[in-house]
Design a protein around this ligand. Structure first.
Ligand code: PRP
Ligand code: URA
Length: 209
């Protein structure tokens, strides 16, 4: 079974509380998602493999460490996942970025995929699949299906708020992936929204409602 980790650093908890508030503006919401993603990135990238590299300092030749071989791809699930990309890129600027477009049908709550655009060598990359919300789990499961169909093998799913129902479904469907969240909330409501959650992440990020 992959790792499941709630990254509950005090800075993350503080920022997440502001993010959840109804009266937080679109501008602040966007900045907070960016900052929280960056803070989570520190922990999510903890086990990236290193290799030796010989370098010359002004004083001597020395063998030190650098990130090894297989490189990273950050893959946001559109729309809301886009808000987490820059924060992670600020830590690993050389990462490639793929996109998976998906929306939840409001009646059935089933995800509908409308775009997949990934780096060609996605099968050789460590992937950070990002979406602020893990609710029923449908979108994350379909996104991982889509990545695996294209050869991806090394996937970490990173979200900000998760419902227990979604975590369970994602773990059952894809037991090999690691899941990181900033908060594990109480439950889903009858409309498939996370309680207490933060509302519709895409709408709040882009100001569409
Ligand atoms: C939201 C969110 C996730 C999905 C989670 O996207 O960003 O992708 O719902 O729900 P699930 O776990 O039940 O699948 P939404 O469908 O609202 O699309 P949007 O980001 O384009 O607004
Ligand atoms: N998608 C969201 O944006 N918010 C929720 O609470 C559930 C799904």
């Amino acid at each position: 079974m992959g790792k499941f980790q709630v990254i509950s650093h005090p800075l993350i908890q503080h920022k997440l509380s502001i993010l959840r508030r109804t009266d937080t503006s679109t501008k602040d919401f966007r900045e907070l998602v960016d900052e929280i993603a960056m803070l989570m990135g520190y922990e999510v990238s903890r086990d990236l493999p290193l290799e030796d590299v010989e370098i010359q300092t002004p004083v001597a030749k020395t063998v030190q460490k650098q990130l090894a071989g297989k490189k990273l791809a950050i893959v946001p699930i559109l729309r809301a996942g886009i808000g987490m990309v820059d924060g992670l890129l600020s830590l690993v600027p050389a990462a490639k970025v793929g996109h998976i477009g998906m929306y939840r049908d409001e009646e059935t709550l089933e995800p509908v995929e409308y775009l997949v655009k990934l780096p060609e060598d996605i099968d050789q990359r460590q992937i950070f699949l990002v979406d602020p919300m893990l609710a029923t789990g449908g979108s994350a499961i379909l996104a991982v299906d889509s990545l695996k169909k294209r050869g991806a093998a090394n996937i970490k799913f990173v979200c900000l708020v998760a419902a227990p129902e979604g975590v369970k479904k994602l773990q059952e469907a894809h037991p090999d992936i690691d899941i990181y969240t900033a908060a594990l909330d109480e439950k889903l409501n009858e409309h498939g929204y996370i309680v207490p959650g933060l509302g519709d992440a895409g709408d709040r990020l882009f100001g569409t409602k």
